[in-house]
Design a protein around this ligand. Sequence first.
Ligand code: CAA
Length: 697
Amino acid sequence: MGNINACVDLQRDGDVAVIVMDNPPVNALGFALRDGLMQAFARARDDAGVRLVVLTGTERAFSGGADITEFGKPPREPNLRQVITAIEDLPKPVVAAIQGVALGGGLELALGCHYRVAAPKARLGLPEIKLGLLPGAGGTQRLPRLIGIEKALEIIVTGDPVPAPAALALGMVEAMLDGPFPAAAVAWARQNATAPRRLRERTDKLEPARADAGLIDRVAAPLLKRARAQQAARACAEAVRAAAEKSFDEGAALERQFFMELVKSDESKALRHVFFSEREAQKVPNLPAGVEPRKVLRAAVIGAGTMGGGISMCFANAGIPVTVIETSQEALDRGLGRVEGNYNTSVKRGSITADEAARRRALLEGKLDFAAIADADIVIEAVFEEMELKKQIFRELDRHAKPGAVIASNTSYLDINEMAAVTSRPGDVLGMHFFSPANVMRLLEVVRGAKTSPEALATAVAVGRAIGKVPVVVGVCDGFVGNRMLARRGAQGERLLLEGALPQEVDRALTDFGFRMGPFAMGDLAGLDIGWRLRQARGTRAIVADALVEAGRLGQKTGKGYYAYGADGRTPTPDPEVEKLITDASASLQIQRRAISQQEILERLLFPMINEGARILEEGIAARAGDIDVIWLHGYNWPAYRGGPMFYAGLVGLPYVASRLEAFADASGDASLRPAPLLARLAASGEGFGSVGTARG
Ligand code: CAA
């Protein structure tokens, strides 16, 4: 508890006032912190014994920026701009002493100070664009004045944080200090902070842009192309242009106007929903208090196929030794060879050094005997999707794994409870569903079986995080959350082809929506035989998809699938043969083909998925709508600025989604398209999916 208020402390070190922000966890600049800063700086200004001020935070954070939870609520003064102006106006030199992060409003606060020093591990940035916003407290005006237009634009439009050494080289900070903090900063201030210096009065760094009218567009163009939140990116560029072309006050007013517009945009609401949903998903629902994850120092993976190899790499990359088990030397050599190849590619691309690759490779060992899993704290089975084979392996794992080891299956749809039942320790069994390529995709569905213990679950989630994944806990059902919803989309894709659409039209509806690939191009990439095999096993059919496979069109790997692939083997081109195959299929079913609008295609693909998401929520397979959104963002490349399927449904309006589903069900006679009871109920009551579980809407 500080002596100014609960978030701010003012200490004296001789003639230096040290103002400490302490608002855990990350010094978000909520009302109490802003108010405390206002009071502390007034006291420092009025105290004749104070010659200099050092503003600092905690080791974790100088400040993580504006308090995002306050967005959309009535503003309370002092606002952040008033605090920053009061600091900048102080007639005594103010030094920002930055440890940990100075992000968004946190960096803007530091830019209001007259000098900045940082610890070597500090990170400085303006990540607002990642929330669909622009820096709203002078950042677009002060940063260009400090480091020039070009670098400022890059930092603002990418949103990527700058590590302290790079910040020093750019001139964002005057010095890098080893510490201890704040003593080292006080000593530095006594030596160097001679007089107040106000960034808003500085113009020298703006001169190149003022002398060259095309400069900003040249620098901004490639940055805008790559930016994920387009509306925010354009606003960032315009605000920086104003810094060059107008006065500070005019530029700051324009920045403010953009901020107020963006904070109300769907793009920003979606990205803020994603920010909180990702953090909420990490909180495992219904875990008894006090449950701690078990220590995991060593892992084992059963199977060195594509998935097994990728999963093993995740452990090695995180510094955890991993043993890979195979049944034959040949299969093992092939699997480890593929891993080696992946590392070599990373070295060639420059993403890791040869030494680093060798270090990771050394953490991976191959064995032909289940006895080699005896030391592993977690064992992940990643063999072919066949229940009898999995059960056989689970019996072996039960025999050889040490007591307390977590035993997981990387199945994408099979029943974990059946596997658990063949072991003597169902409490330690769960699913860990990785997405291909496992060493790249971040989603991890952690499947909680009927008997999975809280400790085992907490351990799997902690391991997932340790290996850089985004773990989301789900319940047992066919396909879990992601693939169960995907199946609904797949069925509609096939239906749309039969009714009159072509693959490229269906794919375009989703790429225009923001997906990187449509379902058919994606199917060609993954291999159409995967779905075919699954349908064979289940005794189901998909007329078009099956006909393609049976004609030898398995996707990119055979040079043709839903599309033909040219010389590079990767660029899809519409193929008249496929069109004929589809129209023949329609004719054989006596379906009169018709023109289908892009809007209908989009709704037919997305709304049945959302409906399935509602069933998943209702059954408790996912605990929160936000969890489903996180799964789609990280496992299926749902565009972040659209917030995830359940959030998107709220934007479109649940009553509209429900009414369209009714219409689809009427037109097709497919009763599974009728709105799920939860969707119907929420549509009628006017509530959103966020009201279910503990997710934020
Ligand atoms: N506002 C409110 N809460 C915040 C927050 C913020 N700016 N930043 C972090 N938090 C919360 C998180 O929600 C999380 O809460 P729970 O523990 O309840 O889930 C907690 O702080 C810890 O966050 P992380 O789990 O993310 O911790 P970390 O150590 O991994 O990362 C961080 C810390 C780098 C600061 C990261 O949280 C982050 O990137 N935060 C967002 C930073 C940001 O975007 N700031 C700009 C805000 S917009 C702005 O400032 C506008 C303006 O110009 C006026």
